[in-house]
Design a protein around this ligand. Structure first.
Ligand SMILES: *[C@@H]1O[C@H](CO)[C@@H](O)[C@H](O)[C@H]1NC(C)=O
Length: 547
C-alpha cells in the first residue's frame, strides 16, 4: 500500500519534471547557445563539500561532516581518528576536509576531528578562517585555518582553550568592524554571541529567533548582512529586523516577505546587493530568492514545487517594502553569488522539495543571472546548464579569476555512490559570459596595486588593456564568504569610487580609487580587487583593507 502510494507520487512528479524541463530548456533557447560555459575541474575531490571558502592565498577550503563514514581520500602520514561515539566509523583514517589549489588543480587532505556538520565560519581580519560549531563533539568548537602559500602545510587547528558559549548547529557568522565575529542562532539556540567574547561577556538572548521558528525550524542559518550604518540586517523564515549589536537593540522590524519560508530547511538564499560609492555607500538593498513551500520538509512525498519568487528590499529606506519578482523557474537550495560585474549568479539547487536528506527532486541545472541594474521584468537571464545535480550540501564560490567553483552535493546521510542523486565528489567551474573569448579584447589585467587599502584613503591601480579604454574602469572589492547550505556567509561587494583612467602609454593606465570609507562598509580583512571594464573583469588581486 505504502509502496504503491509512493510510486504514484513519483510518477506524478515525473510529469512535473517534464513540464519543468520543457520550460527550462525551451523558453530561453537551446542548451549550448545559452551564455556561460562549464568545465570539470576534478573528478574526485575525495569529499563532498558541505562548506567551502576561498582563502587569500588562492586555495580553497572544502569541508564536510566528519561522521559520514569513509571518504575517498586518506589522511596524510598515517593519521587516523579514533572516536568511540562516531555513528558509523570509530576508527577513521580518511579526510573530511581538503584544500583545493585551483592553480595546480590538486587536492591535499586536511585534518579535522570534531564534527563540523552544519557549522558556520568567517574569515577574520588577518585572513584566518574562523570556523565554529557543528554537531556532537563539534557543537561548541572553534577552529582556525591559517592559509599558507600553495606548497605549504597549513592545516586546521581546533582550539582547546576557547569554546562557543552555546551549542551552535546551523548558525550564521559575520565579521564585524571591530574584528570580532558575531555568531547568530542555531538549532534551538535563540541567542547570539561574539567570538572572541570580551571578558565576562555572555551570549545574548534574541527573541526574534524564537519568534521565527516553527515546526520545520525555518529560522536556521539566518541571513545576516552587515549594513553600512553599522547595524545588522537579520532575516529568518519570512521576517527580518535591523539589529544594533552594540546595544542589543532591535531598531526596526521589516515587513514579512510574501511567499513561503526562505531559510533552512526551506532553502532560499540571500545577498546584500553591491554597495556603491555612487550613493556614498548609504543605500543597502537585500535580495532573497527561492525557497520551499511550508510543509515541503514535513511532507516529503508531496514533492512540493519550490518557490519561484525573489524579494528585493531597500533596507535603508524609511518605509521599505518587498518588491517581488518572478524567476523563470522555481528553485530551492540555489546559491547566490555576487559577480565582479555586479550581477548576481543564482546556481545549484532543485525545483521541488526542501533541504534535508533525500528531500529534494528535479535538479536546477541552469544557473540564472540576476541583473540588479536592469529594469524590472528583464533582470533574469537563463544560463548554460550543467549535467551535475548539486542539491543538498553543495556549494558555489567565486574564484579570483572570475569563475565559480561548484562543489559537493550529498542528499544522503552517509556517502552513497549509487541510486538517485549519488554523493557528488566532482568539482566543476562555471565561467560566466564575461570570460568568453569574444570579450577578451575588453579584459583588463592588473599589473600594480597596493597590498593594503586604508579606509577612506585613495590608492592607485595600474592596469593594461588589450584595446584602448573607452570608458571608466570599475574597481570592485569582493569578500570571500563561507558558503554553506545555499548561503554565502559574509559575502559583500563594494563598488569603489574611481577617477577616469590615466593613460600611461602602450595601453597601460593608472586608475585612482577610494578605499571603502570605514569598517561598517568593509570590515578590515582580505578582499578580491577586480578591475572591471564594461562588465568584463580582470583576474583579481587580493588586497587587505585596513583601518
Ligand atoms: C589571526 O587571527 C586569529 C583570530 O584572532 C588568531 O587566532 C590567529 O593567531 C591570527 N593569525 C595570525 C597569523 O596572526
Amino acid at each position: 500500500m505504502q509502496i504503491v502510494k509512493l510510486g504514484t507520487m513519483r510518477h506524478r512528479s515525473r510529469e512535473l519534471l517534464t513540464i519543468y524541463i520543457a520550460f527550462v530548456f525551451l523558453a530561453p533557447g537551446i542548451p549550448g547557445q545559452l551564455p556561460g560555459s562549464w568545465e570539470l575541474l576534478v573528478p574526485n575531490a575525495g569529499i563532498a563539500s558541505m562548506h567551502t571558502a576561498v582563502t587569500y592565498q588562492g586555495t580553497v577550503i572544502l569541508l564536510d561532516r566528519t561522521d559520514v563514514g569513509v571518504s575517498k581520500i586518506e589522511l596524510a602520514n598515517g593519521v587516523c581518528r579514533d572516536n568511540p561515539e562516531d555513528k558509523i566509523l570509530t576508527h577513521d583514517c580518511t579526510a573530511h576536509s581538503v584544500l583545493y589549489d585551483p592553480a595546480t588543480n590538486t587536492i591535499r587532505p586536511l585534518t579535522i576531528f570534531t564534527d563540523t556538520w552544519c557549522s558556520s565560519g568567517a574569515f577574520v581580519t588577518n585572513g584566518t578562517m574562523m570556523q565554529t560549531g557543528g554537531d556532537l563533539d563539534g557543537i561548541r568548537k572553534i577552529r582556525y585555518f591559517v592559509p599558507c602559500p600553495t606548497d605549504g602545510t597549513c592545516d586546521w587547528v581546533e582550539a582547546t582553550d576557547q569554546a562557543l558559549q552555546a551549542d551552535r548547529w546551523y548558525s550564521t557568522n559575520q565579521l564585524l568592524p571591530d574584528g570580532r565575529v558575531i555568531v547568530v542562532g542555531g538549532r534551538n539556540e535563540f541567542t547570539v554571541e561574539f567570538v572572541p567574547a570580551a571578558p565576562g561577556e555572555n551570549k545574548i538572548w534574541m527573541p526574534f529567533l524564537k519568534e521565527t521558528t516553527n515546526m520545520e525550524m525555518d529560522n536556521l542559518y539566518p541571513y545576516v548582512h552587515l549594513l553600512p550604518d553599522g547595524n545588522l540586517f537579520i532575516f529568518a523564515n519570512r521576517d527580518s529586523i535591523l539589529y544594533d549589536y552594540k546595544e542589543n537593540a532591535v531598531l526596526r522590524k521589516y515587513p514579512t516577505i510574501p511567499g513561503g519560508p526562505r531559510n533552512y530547511p526551506s532553502a532560499g538564499s540571500s545577498v546584500l546587493l553591491p554597495l556603491t560609492a555612487d550613493t556614498g555607500f548609504s543605500t543597502a538593498e537585500v535580495l532573497i530568492c527561492g525557497g520551499a513551500q511550508y510543509g515541503a520538509f514535513l511532507n516529503p512525498p508531496a514533492q512540493l514545487p519550490a518557490s519561484d519568487t525573489c524579494g528585493r528590499m531597500t533596507v535603508t529606506d524609511t518605509s521599505p517594502v518587498w518588491n517581488m519578482e518572478t524567476m523563470p523557474f522555481p528553485r530551492n537550495m540555489g546559491d547566490m553569488i555576487l559577480l565582479p560585474s555586479r550581477d548576481v549568479l543564482i546556481i545549484n539547487g532543485a525545483q521541488a522539495g526542501s533541504q534535508g536528506f533525500g528531500l529534494a527532486w528535479f535538479p536546477c541545472f541552469n544557473p540564472l543571472l540576476y541583473q540588479p541594474k536592469v529594469i524590472q521584468g528583464l533582470r533574469f537571464m537563463v544560463l548554460s546548464p550543467t549535467t551535475v545535480a548539486r542539491m543538498y550540501h553543495s556549494t558555489a564560490n567565486l574564484l579570483p579569476d572570475g569563475r565559480i567553483l561548484l562543489a559537493g552535493s550529498n542528499s544522503h546521510y552517509f556517502y552513497t555512490f549509487d541510486g538517485d542523486f549519488p554523493t557528488e565528489l566532482r568539482l566543476e567551474a562555471f565561467s560566466p559570459e564575461y570570460l568568453s573569448p569574444d570579450l577578451a579584447s575588453l579584459r583588463p589585467t592588473i599589473i600594480g596595486t597596493p597590498v593594503f587599502l586604508f579606509h577612506n584613503l585613495d590608492f592607485t591601480v595600474t592596469i593594461t588593456s588589450p584595446s584602448p579604454l573607452t570608458d571608466i574602469v570599475e574597481l570592485n572589492l569582493i569578500s570571500a564568504p563561507f558558503t554553506t547550505h545555499s548561503y554565502a556567509q559574509g559575502q559583500r561587494l563594494l563598488q569603489l569610487s574611481v577617477l577616469n583612467p590615466v593613460p600611461l602609454g602602450d595601453n597601460s593606465y593608472s586608475i585612482t580609487g577610494s578605499a571603502p570609507p570605514n569598517g561598517n562598509v568593509a570590515p578590515a580583512g582580505y578582499y578580491m580587487l577586480f578591475a572591471v571594464n564594461q562588465g568584463v573583469p580582470s583576474i583579481a588581486v587580493w588586497v587587505q583593507v585596513r583601518s
